[in-house]
Design a protein around this ligand. Structure first.
Ligand code: SF4
Length: 236
């Protein structure tokens, strides 16, 4: 793709954001009833599908309800319940440790700042952004999971692979008011259309603004808009 100015890329990101809005809900796929459950479900979702997590959490939340319940949980029992989500030992350890910190430092309530959340055991920026955005409606950043990272690179909204850098690039391209819903919709799009191994470009409305479609469509099928760019500008 020709070099593209920041302004041109911001405009393209807006068109992508609008197209995604027509396609997907701004809804978290992890089943939860409160911020704490979302925090636990998000920890479980690492290297695991949301479908699998949603199969495990009803049993888990029926047995353990509050941060105190999880803080007092037996590691072995927790491991057994969440085993099918993978990496179950470290996930159980992180859930118990984070619950203890929430209990001791925050009175049992999930904190509402990115600094406090990322200070909890096993909680990184992705999980913190999910909880703040979905549970509290606070746009602290853009959630960058495996789907968002892959799609952002295919769409050439970033060239980075480090999630923190991808997030920074996306935050520069989109207004804060769109950060939360953009993440949700990118994740849905990654699951439904822009699949990891074989993206369904032939049925994707984003083709005109997605340079990645060139790798998956016959040349004559790619509309011209993706060739528009500022020849002297710099891509990060
Ligand atoms: S056009 Fe293809 S590569 Fe681009 S978002 Fe759609 S499915 Fe993914």
């Amino acid at each position: 793709m020709p070099r593209e100015s920041l302004v041109a890329r911001q405009q393209r990101a807006q068109r992508i954001s609008r197209a995604l809005k027509r396609l997907h809900p701004a809804k978290c796929a992890l089943t939860h009833e409160n911020p704490f459950q979302l925090l636990v479900a998000t920890i479980l979702s690492a290297q695991c599908t949301d479908v699998r997590v949603n199969q495990v959490t009803p049993t888990l939340f029926a047995k353990y309800e509050s941060a105190k319940d999880f803080a007092d949980a037996s590691q072995a029992d927790l491991e057994e319940i969440i085993r099918s989500t993978g990496f179950f030992r470290s996930k159980a350890r992180h859930i118990i440790a984070a619950s203890r910190m929430i209990l001791e430092k925050h009175g049992g309530d999930v904190p509402r700042t990115i600094e406090e959340l990322t200070a909890l055991d096993g909680i990184g920026r992705k999980t913190a952004n999910v909880v703040l955005g979905t549970a509290f409606g606070l746009a602290s950043g853009v959630v960058v999971d495996t789907h968002v990272g892959r799609l952002a690179r295919r769409m050439q909204l970033t060239r980075n692979t480090d999630p923190a850098k991808v997030e920074s690039d996306l935050m520069e391209l989109l207004p804060r008011s769109q950060w939360i819903e953009f993440s949700h919709r990118m994740i849905w799009h990654g699951r439904a259309i822009c699949l990891a191994r074989r993206p369904r470009c032939e049925s994707c409305p984003l083709v005109p603004d997605c340079p990645g479609s060139r790798d998956h469509l016959p040349v004559r099928a790619v509309p011209p808009r993706i060739d528009v760019g500022h020849p002297k500008a710099v891509v990060p």
